[in-house]
Design a protein around this ligand. Sequence first.
Ligand code: UDP
Length: 472
Amino acid sequence: MSSSKKMINVLMVSPTLQGHLNPTLNFAKRLASKGVHVTLAIPEETPHRFQNLNTQETNSHHSNNPSKIQLEYFSDGLSIDHDRSKYPATFIASLETKGAENLSNLMTHLKKNDRSFSCLITSLFMPWSVDVAVSHGIPCAVLWPQASALFSIYYRYVCNANHFPDMENPNETLQLPSLPMLRVRELPSVLLPSCPPYLKKLLMDFKPILDKVKWILGSSVYEFEEEIVNSMASLSGILTIGPLVSPYLLGQKESEDSDDLSENFLRPEDSCLQWLNEKATSSVIYVAFGSLMEFSQKQMDNIATALKNTKKPFLWVITPQKGGAELPQGFLEEIKEMGLVVTWCPQAKVLMHPAVACFVSHCGWNSTLEAVTAGIPIVALPNWLDQPTNAKLVENVFKTGVRMRIGEEEDGVASAEEVERCITEVMEGPMAEEIKMRAVGLKEVARKAMVDGGSSDRNINRFVTEISGKST
Ligand code: UDP
């Protein structure tokens, strides 16, 4: 973009959720690199959740670029020590009323101090923020932190654009345009009867705000989901601007360059990188299930047994959860130096490490994109939300991994044999070679999308031009 353009100010809003904040920060950095001044407004409790966030105003990654990402806070109306994960419905209701009021007050305050915005970029976790943008007379964009396929499914569901079954039978099938045949159990869990009402409400809030939003910006790559994106064009277009992953995964940053605006709530245990340094190329199984996953004890035991039985080195992230499952007794002594267990790791650097062979993942969208961008095959063990559908995409559309099969009689738990079978399938034999070749191919596609002139870069430029009031 030309440097002679006048500075564009945007306001970005993100909830205190790792899976939302990561793409938001990566998009903020990307916009800053294009000369946009980004103000990122986050709930006041967020810095208290971070052990790692630099809360000072920060320069964008491009040191010769004067743009900044500036952090601001607004209260969600609850005390800092309120347990938001234990009472999500109270938290979401308070955000909707007090949060909206406080965000609006913050915008008024910033405007008085000469910071008015060309656009508000928000998350559908905060649908009320669209009305805040409208009340301030600025256009609104939604940052969609999931696959375009998920956007298509939610849209078609809430807008009755297609027939959906009643969702009672998990094995019933459904054919939606440009998607593989999906079983009910492979749909996002918010569509299922078991979904908690507070999440159902967020889903139903989706429809009324679509009319008020000018852009849906998706953290995906056009070439990954070409048919799906095209199939949505006549309904509600989605502009793919991803993968919104760490620049390190895109080969755009040197490994030792410090993150000036770090994404992690938890401090990563960097020592695992030294441990990886001592392992042979493509020998290590990396196991991590994001920031929210809670396992049953049976599932934890089965994964532990499978890892031990593979006799391959593994790095396993287990983030302690209150009342969560624990490693089987004596496991760490038994495996000795064969495995390393950490509470949080620098995932982007781990996935890019030459020793890592595959990623056993819950298929949160960020983890899925990170693996694809690193060219690492996935072994999918999804649980809820968008994860079952992402796992289906990995196996059937991207073809960069395999999904664990779980029988109904097994209470949603993958057996030790199934975990081991899937790991072996992506690490050994002709199918493993095919998957690896696809993964390496998609890595190149992802990188190309983000370089100058790539599909996502072009869409970001188009968005910046549109918010600056200039025609394309
Ligand atoms: N992550 C990380 N270190 C870990 C585990 C996860 O940095 O040890 C990051 C990961 O890179 C990803 C995010 O946490 O960006 C998890 O997001 P995702 O959408 O995969 O899952 P969620 O946490 O939303 O379930």
